[in-house]
Design a protein around this ligand. Structure first.
Ligand code: NIG
Ligand code: FE
Length: 444
C-alpha cells in the first residue's frame, strides 16, 4: 500500500493526549476521561491534522519531508486561553503590596480598574502594541496558541474602541479573538448617571460589532446589575454579537442566570454564582470558565491580615464551587484572565497547576478544561482544542514525558516546541518565527 503525503510527522511521543470529546464540550463524568496514546504520532498537512494514533499506524500510512522525533516527550494540543485583557498601560505591582499586607486599604476592584484605565489612556498606540506583542510571545512560549483578548481598560466609549481596533490590528502567531468589554466598571464621571452610560455604550456597539465577535458585560455588585447587563447584552445580540459575561466575581449579582438568559458563550469567575444559575448555564450551553489565577493572586483562600492580626478568608470555598459547576452539568473551562489587577500571569501551565491545588481538580479534568472546553468557550471546538483529523494543527511538544508532570511540577515552563497552524513557531523554548511574531500593526 502506498503512503499518503503529509508536510510534517511527529512520531514516538512518550504520551500523546488528544483531549478529544464532544464538540459541545466535555462535561460531568466524561471530564475524568483522558485518552493517552503511548508511542503516539501525528501527521500534518496544510496546517491541519491528517492522522493521530500509535506511531506504527501513522508511519505505515503517511510520509513527510520533515519528521520530528518526540521520543521522551509529551505531545498535546496547544492551549486555548478564553479570557484575557491583553491591552493595558502601567502596572499595579505597588498597589498589590498594599493589598496583600493591608498596610493601606487597597484600591478595590473599581479603583484598580480606574487606575489602569488612566495609565492606558496615557499610553500610545505604538507602546500598547509593543507590550501586547511581547506578552503574546511569552504566551506562545508557554503553549497558548489561541487567545481571547478583551478590552476593558478604556472605560470611555472612545478608548474602548481604540483598544478594540488595536487588538484586532495585532499580527501574531497566537490566534487572537477580540472581545468588546462594554460594561466593565462605571466611569467616575458617570456616577449618579448610570443610565446615561448604558445608553452611550449601547450607541458604541454597532462600531464594535464590525470588529469584535463578542460583547462582554460585568454582572457583579461592584460593576453592573442584571438589568443593566441585560439591556446591553440584548442590544449586542440584536447586532449579531455573541455574549460573554464576567459573572458574580465579588458577590451574587445573579450573573450566572443572566449569562444563561442571554445564551452567552461563556460566563467567567462565578465565585458567588447561585446553584440555580449554574444549572441554567448547563441548560443554555454556557461554558463556566474558572480562573484559579485570580483566586491565588487576590489571596482569596488564605486568611487576611488586618492590623497585624490574621482574619478568616472571606470568599466561597472554590473547590466546592468548581465541583458544583461540574455536578450541575455545565461545560467547565479554565483561563488566565491575564490582566494587571487580578491575575498578571500569561501562563496556562500556571493555571493548570493552581486548578489542581486550589480547586482540587484531577489531571484529566484540567487537561480537558484547558483544551477542548476552552475552545468551546470561544465557539471554536469544531476547529481546534484537540488533536483530531481535520482540526487546526496547534501542537505542543513538552520537555516532560507524561501529562501529569506538567501539573505536578509547578513553577517551570515545560513547553519545548510549539507548532501553530502546522508551522514550528517555538523551538527549544524560543520563538523561531520571529518575523511572524513581531508582526505588522494596522490600527486605522
Ligand atoms: O478580574 N469585573 C472584572 N474584573 C476584572 C478585574 C481586573 C482588574 O482588577 O483590573 C477581572 O477580570
Ligand atoms: Fe476579566
Amino acid at each position: 500500500m502506498s503512503k499518503g503525503n503529509a508536510d510534517l510527522l511527529i512520531i514516538h511521543a512518550s504520551e500523546l493526549v488528544p483531549c478529544a470529546g464532544a464538540l459541545t464540550g466535555i462535561c460531568g463524568a466524561e471530564l475524568e476521561r483522558l485518552d493517552v496514546i503511548q508511542d503516539g504520532a501525528l501527521a500534518i498537512s496544510d496546517g491541519r491534522i491528517l492522522a493521530v494514533g500509535p506511531s506504527e499506524d501513522v508511519t505505515r500510512s503517511w510520509q513527510a519531508p520533515r519528521t520530528i522525533d518526540a521520543h521522551g516527550r509529551l505531545v498535546s494540543p496547544g492551549f486555548v486561553d478564553p479570557h484575557s485583557h491583553l491591552l493595558f498601560g502601567g502596572s499595579r505591582h505597588v498597589d498589590y503590596e498594599s493589598k496583600i499586607t493591608q498596610r493601606q486599604s487597597g484600591k478595590g476592584l473599581a479603583g484598580g480598574i480606574g487606575f489602569t484605565a488612566r495609565a492606558t489612556r496615557e499610553t500610545s498606540d505604538t507602546e500598547l502594541t509593543r507590550r501586547a506583542l511581547a506578552d503574546l510571545d511569552a504566551m506562545l512560549t508557554h503553549g497558548t496558541t489561541t487567545l481571547e483578548a478583551k478590552t476593558g481598560y478604556g472605560v470611555s466609549c472612545r478608548e474602548e474602541l481604540r483598544l478594540l481596533r488595536l487588538t484586532a490590528g495585532l499580527r501574531h502567531t497566537v490566534d487572537i479573538v477580540p472581545t468588546f468589554l462594554a460594561l466593565h466598571v462605571l466611569p467616575e464621571d458617570y456616577v449618579g448617571r448610570r443610565q446615561t452610560w448604558i445608553e452611550e455604550i449601547t450607541m458604541a456597539l454597532p462600531g464594535a460589532a464590525r470588529i469584535a465577535r463578542y460583547c462582554d458585560v460585568s454582572c457583579d455588585p461592584a460593576c453592573f446589575t442584571f438589568d443593566e447587563c441585560l439591556q446591553v447584552g440584548e442590544a449586542a445580540r440584536a447586532l449579531g454579537m455573541s455574549i460573554r459575561v464576567h459573572a458574580d466575581q465579588t458577590g451574587d449579582a445573579n450573573g450566572a442566570a443572566l449569562a444563561a438568559r442571554l445564551a452567552a458563550s461563556a460566563a467567567d469567575h462565578l465565585d458567588y454564582a447561585r446553584p440555580s444559575g449554574l444549572q441554567a448555564m448547563a441548560s443554555s450551553g454556557t461554558v463556566a470558565t474558572l480562573l484559579p489565577g485570580v483566586t491565588l493572586h487576590l489571596c482569596e483562600l488564605t486568611p487576611g491580615v488586618r492590623g497585624g492580626t490574621l482574619g478568616a478568608a472571606e470568599k466561597p470555598f472554590m473547590p466546592m464551587l468548581a465541583r458544583s459547576a461540574i455536578d450541575a452539568g455545565a461545560v467547565v473551562a479554565l483561563s488566565t484572565d491575564y490582566n494587571p489587577g487580578s491575575c498578571p500571569t500569561v501562563s496556562m501551565q500556571m493555571v493548570m497547576q493552581l486548578a489542581a491545588r486550589l480547586f482540587r481538580l484531577s489531571y484529566a479534568e484540567i487537561w480537558n478544561m484547558c483544551t477542548l472546553n476552552a475552545a468551546r468557550a470561544l465557539d471554536l471546538a469544531e476547529d481546534r482544542g484537540s488533536l483530531e483529523p481535520g482540526k487546526r494543527a496547534d501542537v505542543l511538544l513538552w520537555a516532560v514525558p507524561e501529562h501529569g508532570m506538567v501539573i505536578n511540577r509547578f513553577g517551570s515552563n515545560f513547553v519545548d516546541t510549539v507548532v501553530a497552524g502546522g508551522q514550528v513557531v517555538v523551538e527549544a523554548g524560543r520563538v523561531v518565527r520571529g518575523e511572524t511574531a513581531k508582526g505588522v500593526v494596522q490600527c486605522s
